[in-house]
Design a protein around this ligand. Structure first.
Ligand SMILES: [Fe+2]
Length: 421
């Protein structure tokens, strides 16, 4: 099945190529063999021009009465006034019955009499009458009565001038364009497929490396296992709804995955402490932002990773940590991840509380709009809750009564994350 389309395209290409080649060869053969439209014209000999191709005049040089009938000498001039060469021509002249050809001269015309019609045909060397050239010839006729010819019938073939032949170059150009488009299409398609495969492979490697790393964090803090992946998913979905580019969505997903990397620096006893935290312990936990920023400094090839780890706990009103940045001064990725992070915290069980329900979450998030969160981003998050997106990415951790929080989803379940996933 997979081969069918390429095969059809190839067959279509061959068919068009054969058609163009045939047209070209027929055209070429026609030019080479002078096979062109037959030209027929009645030429008025009284000075009136009838045709745009050939013009003729006749001059009666003498007329004498002989022993039998009249001897009359005529001088004909045939001029090609068209743009094309006339070839393989012959001329017909109707004469009275009983006419005899006594003599002929010039232009090596071969007149022969057929009943009451004289046919003039050229010798080989004046078979062609070129554009704006003329031939002349004379004839001495004996006619029973005085005779003045008033028209000739000219029959010839117009030769297509190779220089004026646009059909040939047009067909050749058509073949070249078609071949270039065809080859270009396949080369581009092939390169694009290779590029996409490589890109998908790169994404896979990056994700596997990041997931390996966050499994260390999960091992330290089993109660929030899966948190990073969920935050990444929500953040990517927000970015997608904000109509950010595919690359940005992908980067925000990465940033979401690694936003809590600094947690690895928090002592286990503090991280998993069920009771109330002391001021120092809270400081230690808050320090995961600075630690994360330092750890991820070297991951500069992916935009926004370090800033997100460093600033995802900043608040829109400037009362967050570690630097107290306010509003748009907080990097966009960090603002998005901040909302996604809070949503996941509210929708997951914690050591000290059970998750909030949907309405409570919406209320909390809206309460934080403009103070904790960027109001624009809040709108998207609330939409995602209301339109059921968060049900798409099931909340197992929120619903397990036994406190287990298995995370069943894989990257292939992630809606809105690109590059093959
Ligand atoms: Fe955090």
């Amino acid at each position: 099945m997979k081969m069918e389309r390429p095969l059809n395209t190839f067959m279509m290409f061959m068919a068009v190529l054969v058609m163009l080649l045939s047209a070209y060869l027929v055209n070429k053969s026609a030019i080479e063999n002078n096979v062109s439209a037959e030209y027929v014209s009645d030429l008025n000999l009284n000075g009136a021009r009838l045709s745009d191709g050939v013009y003729a005049t006749v001059k009666k040089n003498s007329e004498t009465r002989g022993a039998v009938g009249y001897d009359t000498e005529y001088e004909f001039l045939i001029t090609n006034i068209g743009d094309t060469t006339m070839s393989n021509w012959k001329i017909g002249l109707t004469v009275p019955t009983g006419t005899v050809i006594k003599n002929s001269w010039d232009a090596a015309i071969n007149p022969h009499l057929d009943k009451n019609n004289i046919v003039f045909t050229p010798e080989y060397y004046n078979i062609d009458i070129h554009s704006y050239e003329a031939i002349s010839f004379g004839i001495l006729l004996n006619t029973p009565e005085p005779f003045s010819p008033d028209f000739l019938r000219f029959v010839g073939y117009e030769i297509v001038d190779a220089k004026k032949d646009l059909v040939g170059p047009f067909i050749i150009a058509g073949i070249i364009v078609w071949a270039v488009v065809f080859v270009g299409y396949w080369v581009t398609k092939f390169n694009l497929r290779n590029y996409k495969e490589r890109q998908q492979n790169d994404v896979k490697i990056i994700l596997q490396s990041m997931n390996t790393f966050i499994s260390f964090i999960d091992a330290k803090d089993p109660y929030t296992r899966g948190h990073s992946k969920r935050v990444a998913m929500y953040a990517a979905e927000i970015a997608k709804r904000m109509k950010l580019s595919e690359d940005e969505v992908q980067n925000i997903y990465y940033a979401g995955l690694l936003h809590d990397s600094g947690k690895i620096s928090i002592p286990d006893a503090v991280l998993n402490k069920p009771g109330k935290l002391t001021h120092e312990e809270r400081k230690l936990i808050q320090n995961h932002t600075i630690a994360g920023g330092k750890m991820l400094k070297q991951l500069s090839s992916i935009r926004g990773i370090r800033e997100t780890a460093l600033y995802h706990h900043e608040r829109y009103d400037g009362t967050g940590y570690p630097e107290g940045l306010r509003g748009e001064a907080i990097p966009l990725y960090a603002r998005i991840v901040g909302v996604a992070d809070s949503y996941d915290a509210m929708s997951s069980n914690r050591v000290y509380r059970r998750h909030l329900n949907k309405d409570e979450i919406i209320e909390e998030i809206q309460k934080g709009s403009g103070s904790q969160f960027d109001p624009e981003i809040v709108k998207y998050m609330v939409d995602m809750i209301n339109d059921g997106y968060v049900n798409v990415v099931k909340m197992e951790t929120a619903d397990n009564e036994d406190g287990s929080n298995k995370f069943h989803l894989t990257e292939s379940d992630i809606p809105g994350v690109y590059m093959g996933y």
